[in-house]
Write a protein that binds this ligand. Sequence first.
Ligand code: PMP
Length: 289
Amino acid sequence: MKIYLNGKLVPEKDAKVSVFDHGLLYGDGVFEGIRSYNGRVFMLEEHVERLFRSAKAIDLKIPLTREGVAKAVVRTCLANRVMNGYIRLIVTRGVGSLGLNPYNCAKPQVIVIAGTIQLYPKKLYDEGLSIVTVGTIRNHTESINPQIKSLNYLNNVLAKIEAINSGCLEAVMLNPQGFVAEATGDNIFVVRGNTLVTPPAWCGTLEGITRNVVMKLAAESGMTVREDVLTRYELYTADEVFLTGTAAEVIPVVTIDRRSIGIGKPGKATRKLAAAFHRFASSSGTPIK
Ligand code: PMP
């Protein structure tokens, strides 16, 4: 495997960063997870735009233009023949001292890894996922805003630990006000009748790129689509619940806190949206050439 590291494609064994990189020392950096389908990078511009917004929010200057970053992604996919895969785009603060001060770091490091990822077994897409609400509260928007896709994912890791230790693969995280924020690596949606609802970004939600695509596809299919505050009441009483994310795509949720959601099986709206998402994803994107 070839890794893109600061402008060069290097063999995996040579793709190394310093132990003094603040990405490692402090989780100081930003990243994106991107997919390629049928030889095209899906929603590349949107991912690059969000990367730059995350970087801006932590006052990190990416040493490339948006076009330069997009080109690095395509180049890495091409070098590794990743036509249907998963791409990890990372910008770390760079090498610094053992002190926190990010302004003493030499130069941000840009890394692209193009490989594969399988988040959930196929069975769960057919039968649905069981999830739990957990005690770990999603980061307050004024501590680390969840809109920043930073290298510091401990908040999510702690929630994931709780989920796994309660026998589930994914957790619903609430925000400090007790409203539903998101899952540890996915956005959450509720279907009630012909209406689709997902929390707004200010609830402590990453503005997911899959989320935005699904909202658009749902509106086009005639559903009423709303961003609104959700509580556990809305989850427990929903007709359908599903999660969205780059790696997970659209996955139905059939139980939350061991309570059955709707009829306890993947619902019609979820299945329809998942199919629409696959059609859209397999027919759009930036060509890898
Ligand atoms: N929330 C969190 C915390 C995430 O890490 C992700 C990405 N895995 C998402 C939501 C979904 O965002 P996207 O659709 O852009 O992958």
